[in-house]
Design a protein around this ligand. Structure first.
Ligand SMILES: Nc1ncnc2c1ncn2[C@@H]1O[C@H](COP(=O)(O)OP(=O)(O)OP(=O)(O)O)[C@@H](O)[C@H]1O
Ligand SMILES: CC(C)(CO)[C@@H](O)C(=O)NCCC(=O)O
Ligand SMILES: [K+]
Length: 266
């Protein structure tokens, strides 16, 4: 009988969770970073599941034969202070970059990027290009030999908004519009939205087109907290290109599923 396990990706803004039974994803959710005030204690599984409106009983029942109170957690993290909090959890498997079978990666490559690329390649085929629209916006591409080709990192949409507001006197922190704004703005909020959105879009289109020059017809997948927003903008301005881009919120979890299986059978 397939066992339950939890995947935990610690991102820069928040924690990303998934509950699997064997290879089947049951549900996914996000939660806040933990604050490690007070005495160190093992993170509480009941509370973790409560955040996802799941009861421990339901999760344990779905995987018969489970008698442990603690579900295995497969963890990957790009925030080391947050990783430390989980070290007291008994059934923890921490994935490190070296365990991801991606060839030609470099030592400081973010494990979220490696996992998302691996997940995209395994699910949609290689070569693959991942656009992760999170705190940072990243491009990460791999070739047919499952080797990292390379990528790029820039501030994500919200981070661009926040950094403008923080480092200037007159600029407010705007909410990004859900639809593509007009390019030639006539007030401050619209001007910020236009500047950030149109330059990010131009960049995304340029990276995707450059990728397709080298790897025609290959899978391009958008993930991350701002995936829907970015895809929506893309659709409005470049509908043909947008139609060839897949949205998948779970790339990192597909990567964790694959790497967990590989390291378990190794
Ligand atoms: N409920 C939410 N809480 C926080 N951010 C959200 C929420 N919904 C959408 N977002 C957007 O998601 C973005 C963060 O993306 P994501 O959650 O993928 O980032 P992250 O935790 O830093 O992960 P990564 O390290 O992979 O970027 C924010 O910039 C924000 O615009
Ligand atoms: C780029 C981020 C912040 C995206 O989450 C993360 O993947 C990271 O910390 N990367 C390390 C640097 C690199 O990937 O080259
Ligand atoms: K830093």
């Amino acid at each position: 009988m397939d066992k339950s396990w939890l995947a935990l990706m610690i991102g820069n803004s928040r924690l990303h969770w998934a509950w699997f039974v064997g290879d089947q994803l049951q549900s996914a959710w996000d939660s806040e970073h933990l604050t490690n005030s007070g005495p160190p204690s093992s993170p509480n599984l009941g509370k973790i599941l409560e955040k996802a409106s799941l009861s421990r009983e339901k999760v344990v029942r779905r995987s018969q034969g489970e008698n442990s109170d603690e579900l295995p957690i497969v963890l990957a993290s790009v925030v080391s202070e947050q990783t430390a909090i989980w070290q007291t959890y008994r059934q923890l498997q921490t994935l490190m970059l070296a365990q991801i079978p991606l060839q030609h990666s470099y030592p400081t490559l973010g494990i979220d990027r490696a996992l998302a690329l691996w997940g995209a390649g395994e699910v949609y085929g290689w070569p693959a290009l991942v656009i992760d629209a999170g705190t940072a916006l990243t491009f990460t591409g791999g070739n047919a030999e499952r080797q990292l080709v390379g990528g790029a990192i820039l501030p994500g949409l919200s981070l661009q908004v926040q950094s403008l507001a923080q480092k200037t006197a007159a600029l407010p922190a705007i909410a990004l519009p859900e639809t593509l704004p007009k390019r030639w703005a006539n007030d401050t909020e619209d001007a910020i939205a236009s500047g950030i959105i149109y330059t990010v879009l131009a960049g995304v289109v340029d990276f995707v087109q450059a990728w397709w020059q080298e790897f025609p017809h290959c899978a391009v997948v958008i993930t991350g907290g701002d995936r829907a927003l970015l895809h929506q903008y893309l659709q409005s301005q470049h509908s043909e290109l947008a139609a060839q881009v897949t949205i998948d919120p779970n790339l990192i979890f597909w990567g964790m599923r694959a790497c967990r299986a590989e390291s378990a059978s190794a």
